[in-house]
Design a protein around this ligand. Structure first.
Ligand SMILES: Cc1cc2nc3c(=O)[nH]c(=O)nc-3n(C[C@H](O)[C@H](O)[C@H](O)COP(=O)(O)O)c2cc1C
Length: 204
């Protein structure tokens, strides 16, 4: 490998890395500032480029924004997630379409990728879950890149959310992400430590 091989990218600025990772936090309180529908579309247009296996894109997102939709979500929220989720400008339901493979002829036209999944529930579950959650992570990072803050949550009744929002479909909720402008003056606990390289990684 040559050290001088040209490549179009260089590392992002330290400020960008802080915004995406080092000073980005999981927020529990939100400033009273709207996230517009245009911002939600902008977020989708960025997030969608994150890679998935065979370009399968199994995630489906419902951006719960209206008071009526928030009221529908309310009974499914764990008590500890209730107030902050009702206060968040938007709550994204990250769901997975377990019939995602039906789109593969269009999304991965260079191979018969549909046949790798159709009729194989273990492959559907494995591929759908792995890639759908990955897409949820892309959504968090895309939101941060656009200057928004996030609060991901798994504390909710999935069966209830599926019944309310996805009845009669193959979509199943996986986790929620509050989106908005975080209020650092409230309920923001001190940053908890991350594992060191030696504890969690190795170069083989
Ligand atoms: C998938 C996922 C599920 C989470 N579920 C909850 C939850 O149900 N309730 C909650 O208060 N925090 C929840 N969290 C927040 C985490 O505790 C938080 O992201 C983590 O401690 C890191 O915090 P930091 O980003 O401020 O460093 C969840 C985070 C993730 C990524």
């Amino acid at each position: 490998m040559s050290e001088t091989t040209t490549h179009p990218h260089s590392p992002l600025s330290a400020a960008a890395l802080d915004q995406l990772f080092r000073s980005a936090r999981t927020y529990n309180a939100w400033l009273p500032r709207e996230v517009t529908d245009a911002q939600i579309h902008e977020l989708y247009e960025l997030y969608k480029w994150g890679p998935t296996s065979a370009n399968c894109q199994p995630a489906r997102i419902v951006f719960v924004k209206s008071s009526a939709a928030k009221e529908q979500l309310k009974p499914a929220l764990a008590p500890g997630n209730l107030a902050k989720t009702m206060a968040a400008p938007v709550t994204a339901i990250v769901a997975i379409d377990y019939e995602f493979y039906e789109q593969l002829p269009r999304q991965f036209p260079h191979a018969d990728a549909r046949s790798w999944f159709a009729g194989n529930p273990a492959m559907i579950d494995d591929g759908g879950t792995r890639n759908g959650i990955l897409q949820g992570a892309y959504l968090i990072l895309a939101a941060r890149a656009l200057g928004l803050d996030t609060g991901p949550m798994s504390g909710f009744d999935k069966a209830k959310v599926d019944e309310i929002f996805f009845n009669g479909t193959a979509w199943k909720s996986n986790f929620l992400i509050n989106l908005g402008y975080g209020d650092a003056s409230k309920d923001l606990y001190p940053r908890s430590p991350r594992l060191d390289f030696a504890e969690a990684a190795k170069i083989a």
